[in-house]
Design a protein around this ligand. Structure first.
Ligand code: HAM
Length: 423
């Protein structure tokens, strides 16, 4: 028996009936990017594996467990991108973008790949609207980035938006915090899960993110990073909060928010929305002032975010948000008899050559069946060609909504349709 193929686990087809949602979301992303002055960049879907190992960081779930890595036929180690940021920074360095006016403001839309356990809103192939602003340390830029994410989601119809924000410090102040956190955890070593014991070694900040019920009381009393920030990081965080206050955006300082990528410094944030839940942030981002240098470029600060588009589309569908329909063809060409069919095929082609969206039936179909088909397509006009019409050099045009029929000369048809469809 033939093999029954299915889309690989954690992947899905975006079917024609889904595209109105996707097109709506993608055009909103482009609109928002333009309003804020961001330009599009497309980087390759695969990059050197080491770019992600260095950029995202060893010890993160993404690098340790989730990358689709392979050696190609030329023995190069490559990885399907699990996120955009590292690739965009590689492009920034490779194209010498530090010589352009800073910050360089870039956005991308496309697929990413992570070997995760599939569940609602979590896939192995997913899509993001990703935004990066590279080359400025100004907290006003963090505010711009956060506002952009907010406006995008708000204009799409998300309800109950709120920011979760935290500062993760910098290489100057974070080690002091990590030391205090580890000391505290060592005092509670018997009360924490095995995963946390491993995290303490490899990626200590991630203990704050642990979902195990057993660890929650320990997390609740853990030292807070905001008490350990150096002057520069504290002032940066205070300035950002002043901007958020002034703009009246709802936010919570979440001391547990550390995010799953190693490159973050200072600001980290997520956007949560009603009905999405803490495990399913619709957007995540933050500042990454050491990343460009880490991957071999000049010291360059940056800040950005990414919105998961599957989660956005799920929200639009579940809240019944109306999106523009995919356009239907305008004209259906129907025929009666073989000679008429030959002419109908040519007529449909002529109309399309003049950019009138036109469809017709294939195979042997009676007129009734063809008109049912025309109805299903949702066309405005059916053009009917029979032997008689051909002899008279005419066609019958039926307006589908009213059922009214008129005779139009073959030579006049194109102009007649153009006038009514484009006029
Ligand atoms: P992230 O938090 O890993 O950040 O992903 C951002 C968003 O992508 C998430 O909030 C979620 O909506 C979506 N997402 C992530 N993984 C999946 C998945 N497996 N299935 C469906 N959706 C998913 C980043 O990727 C950073 N590069 C964002 C960034 C840009 N930071 C600075 N600049």
């Amino acid at each position: 028996m033939a093999q029954q193929y299915k889309a690989p686990r954690g992947t899905f087809d975006i079917l024609p009936e889904d595209w109105p949602y996707w097109n709506y979301v993608i055009s909103k992303a482009r609109e928002i990017a333009e309003i804020y002055g961001y330009r599009e960049i497309e980087t390759p879907i695969f990059e050197s594996t080491s770019l992600f190992v260095r950029g995202v960081g060893e010890g993160t779930d993404i690098v340790d467990k989730e990358m689709y890595s392979f050696e190609d036929k030329g023995k190069t180690d490559l990885t399907l991108r699990p996120e955009f940021t590292a690739g965009v920074m590689r492009a920034y360095v490779e194209h010498g973008m530090h010589t352009k006016p800073q910050p360089v403001k870039l956005f991308s839309i496309g697929p990413l790949f992570r070997y995760e356990r599939p569940q609602a809103g979590r896939f192995r192939e997913f899509h993001q609207f990703n935004v990066e602003a590279i080359g400025s340390q100004d907290p006003a830029l963090d505010f711009e980035i956060m506002s952009m994410a907010w406006q995008f989601l708000e204009e799409l119809g998300f309800k109950g938006l709120s920011f979760q924000v935290n500062s993760t410090g910098c290489p100057k102040c974070r080690p002091g915090y990590v030391k205090a956190l580890k000391e505290y955890y060592m005092q509670h070593y018997d009360e924490i899960c095995e995963d946390d014991k491993r995290r303490l070694e490899r990626n200590p900040l991630r203990v704050l993110d642990c979902k195990n019920p057993k660890c929650q009381p320990v997390i609740a009393n853990a030292p807070r990073i905001t008490d350990y920030l150096c002057d520069e990081c504290r002032e940066h965080f205070e300035a950002l909060r002043r901007y958020l206050d002034a703009a009246g955006k709802r936010y919570t300082v979440n001391h547990r928010l550390v995010r799953g990528l190693d490159y973050y410094t200072k600001t980290v944030f997520e956007v949560w929305a009603e009905g999405i839940g803490a495990q399913n942030a619709v957007c995540g981002g933050g500042r990454y002032d050491g990343l460009v240098e880490e991957i071999g470029g000049p010291p360059t600060p940056g800040v950005g975010f990414a919105v998961g588009l599957e989660r956005v589309v799920m929200m639009l569908k579940s809240q019944g948000v109306k999106v523009p329909d995919a356009p239907s063809p305008s004209v259906f060409v129907a025929y009666l008899g073989n000679q008429a069919k030959d002419e109908a095929v040519m007529l449909a082609q002529k109309l399309r050559a003049h950019h009138i969206p036109t469809v017709l039936s294939f195979g042997k179909r009676g007129l009734k069946g063809q008109l049912r088909n025309a109805n299903r397509w949702g066309v405005k006009y059916a053009v009917i060609l029979g032997e008689e019409e051909i002899e008279r050099g005419q066609v019958t045009v039926r307006e589908m909504s009213s059922g009214e029929q008129v005779q139009v000369g073959r030579e006049e048809l194109l102009g007649w349709l153009e006038e009514r469809l484009n006029g």
